[in-house]
Design a protein around this ligand. Structure first.
Ligand SMILES: [Zn+2]
Length: 123
C-alpha cells in the first residue's frame, strides 16, 4: 500500500496519506491548517520497501551482473527506477509496454523511451 507524503505549503508541516488504490483520486488537505496547497514528496520508506519486494530474486539493478539483461523481468526496470526516483507514477501506457516486453514483445517506442528523459517525454 503506497504512502503518499505531502508538505503543506502554508504551514510547512509534513502530512502522510495511506492510499488504498493507485487508481483512486483523492483530495489531500493539510490535517493541521486545512490548506489544499500541498506538494507531494515520496515516502522513502515505502519506496525502498516496494523496490525490494519487486526486485527480489531478479538481481540488483544498481550492480547488474552478467545475466541481468538476459532476465526479461529486468526489462523496463530502468524506466521504473527513473520514475520512482522522481516520485512519479509510471504512465499506464508505459506500464503495459514494459509488461509486453517482459513477455517477449519489444516495442520500438519503449527502446526510444529508454534513451530519453522521462520528464522530457511526458511533460
Ligand atoms: Zn498546513
Amino acid at each position: 500500500m503506497p504512502i503518499y507524503e505531502f508538505i503543506c505549503q502554508d504551514c510547512q508541516r509534513k502530512i502522510s496519506f495511506l492510499v488504498r488504490s493507485l487508481s483512486t483520486t483523492f483530495t489531500a488537505k493539510c490535517s493541521y491548517c486545512g490548506s489544499a496547497n500541498l506538494s507531494r514528496t515520496i515516502s522513502s520508506f515505502a519506496y525502498h520497501k516496494s523496490l525490494k519486494t519487486v526486485w527480489e530474486g531478479s538481481g540488483n539493478p544498481e550492480h547488474p551482473g552478467e545475466d541481468y539483461y538476459k532476465d526479461p523481468r529486468n526489462i523496463g526496470r530502468w524506466v521504473e527506477k527513473k520514475f520512482q526516483d522522481m516520485g512519479q507514477e509510471l504512465p499506464p501506457q508505459i506500464k503495459e509496454e514494459i509488461q509486453a516486453a517482459r513477455e517477449g514483445v519489444m516495442p520500438e517506442p519503449l527502446k526510444d523511451f529508454q534513451s530519453a528523459s522521462p520528464t522530457a517525454a511526458y511533460d
